[in-house]
Write a protein that binds this ligand. Structure first.
Ligand SMILES: Cc1cc2nc3c(=O)[nH]c(=O)nc-3n(C[C@H](O)[C@H](O)[C@H](O)COP(=O)(O)OP(=O)(O)OC[C@H]3O[C@@H](n4cnc5c(N)ncnc54)[C@H](O)[C@@H]3O)c2cc1C
Length: 367
């Protein structure tokens, strides 16, 4: 049983099915809240082909990305082009369309996909899991094992006593802007550091564009006192982002959606009959732009681990699961620290001081 239909859940389901298991994927509708994650790095296309046995990215629905650019550590924009990358180009994706085609692909592979149900409870007994859904019939399903791929909610793991620990309080003010200039030919993600955090903007297929401002939760003005002018004043501190929005015909309007973007991890990402993968296990700083790729890789690993347990009684992959995620998190934190250290223009600004002195940031272990 897989709970969650994002990158981690779909990869877990495809892999467990390829290992010969009977697999069901349960997934709640995302509703009006956007699923952040618009850029896939070079190499993802091949990985998806490996996991799902088909080409999942095409340029009818998604848009090739030929590089990134950033004003970080100085006022000028520097570009990194993918032209020399051995894996080729990256992608700007239509996230809703990609998840729909992954669900369709899973159905073709023989996975039972239910994309409109929320898991509301689960209990372990001698003969496996009993899982309760929020559908009208209050269905109860039985399963031998569960992959928790519910994203930052970590719904299953937390119900089994795992605790989610936050290492910072990063949040994103996130706007999905409707078609500006349909001729917007920009195909790179642009990042710019500012005194109180950093901005990014990415073009999306269909003429849309995402723009987001990342800062710490306590540095974000309270909702009641936030007005449109505040955002425009903040945007003025990131002139390259402001110019990119203007040249693509987009303007900030309405209130952004505020999203959790903290680096966080479970104290144990696997237990008796369950394993967590993707953001449920460890969520990374969006600066890395690696969250989805890692979720596909680890989701697939979770599918293998569950298959080893159910078909061969081999518990070793689940026992090693925590150490594997600890290594990934450590590597991420090293890279993150090195990247933030490149920006020294605001030595007294709290956002940057905290990132220089890890540990000085307000701890925020979640309930
Ligand atoms: C601002 C921001 C920008 C980002 N940009 C990028 C980017 O450009 N590139 C990138 O690679 N990554 C990016 N990320 C990270 C990326 O969004 C995540 O790493 C990725 O979505 C994690 O995938 P997942 O499958 O683990 O979880 P999710 O994609 O969060 O999926 C969780 C799934 O679980 C389901 N679910 C939850 N609770 C239940 C329940 N009770 N019952 C049933 N289903 C349930 C949800 O409906 C959903 O289908 C960004 C993150 C943020 C915050």
């Amino acid at each position: 049983m897989v709970v969650g239909g994002g990158p981690a859940g779909t990869a877990a389901a495809a892999t467990a099915r390829a290992e010969g298991l009977s697999v069901e994927l349960l997934c709640a509708r995302r509703g009006h809240r956007p699923a952040p994650g618009e850029s896939l790095p070079p190499g993802t296309e091949g990985l998806l082909h490996e996991i799902f046995g088909a080409s999942m990215l095409d340029d009818h629905q998604h848009q090739a990305s030929f590089g990134n650019s950033g004003a970080w550590g100085g006022p000028d924009v520097e570009a990194t082009e993918f032209v020399c990358n051995p894996f080729g180009h990256g992608w700007h994706i239509d996230r809703v369309a990609l998840e729909a085609s992954l669900h369709d692909r899973l159905r073709t592979l023989g996975v039972r996909v239910r994309s409109d149900v929320r898991v509301t409870g689960q209990a372990w007994s001698a003969d496996g899991w009993r899982i309760a859904l929020d559908d009208r019939d209050t269905t109860v399903i039985r399963a031998g094992a569960i992959v928790d791929a519910t994203g930052r909610a970590a719904r299953i793991a937390r119900s089994q006593g795992a605790r989610r620990r936050r290492l910072d309080r990063l949040v994103a003010a996130y706007w999905m802007l409707a078609a500006g200039d349909p001729q917007d030919g920009e195909c790179t993600t642009l990042v710019q550091a500012a005194r109180e955090g950093w901005w990014y903007t990415t073009p999306l297929p269909g003429g849309r564009r995402v723009v987001a401002f990342l800062t710490d939760a306590d540095l974000m003005p309270a909702r009641a006192t936030r007005i449109a002018r505040d955002w425009h004043e903040r945007l003025e501190q990131a002139p390259h982002i402001e110019d990119r929005l203007a040249s693509s015909g987009c303007a900030l309007h309405s209130d952004p959606v505020i999203l959790d973007a903290a680096v966080a991890h479970l104290d144990h990402p696997a237990g008796h009959g369950w394993v967590a993968a993707g953001d449920a296990a460890v969520s990374f700083d969006p600066l890395s732009s690696q969250g989805m790729l890692t979720s596909f890789v680890m989701g697939s690993g979770a599918g293998h681990a569950v298959a080893a347990m159910l078909t061969r009684g081999d518990q070793q992959p689940l026992i090693r699961w925590g150490a594997e995620y600890a290594r990934l998190l450590e590597a991420h934190l090293r890279l993150q620290a090195a990247y933030y250290a490149l920006e020294c223009r605001w030595p007294t600004a709290p956002f940057w001081v905290r990132r220089r002195n890890r540990g000085a940031s307000p701890d925020a272990t979640s309930p």
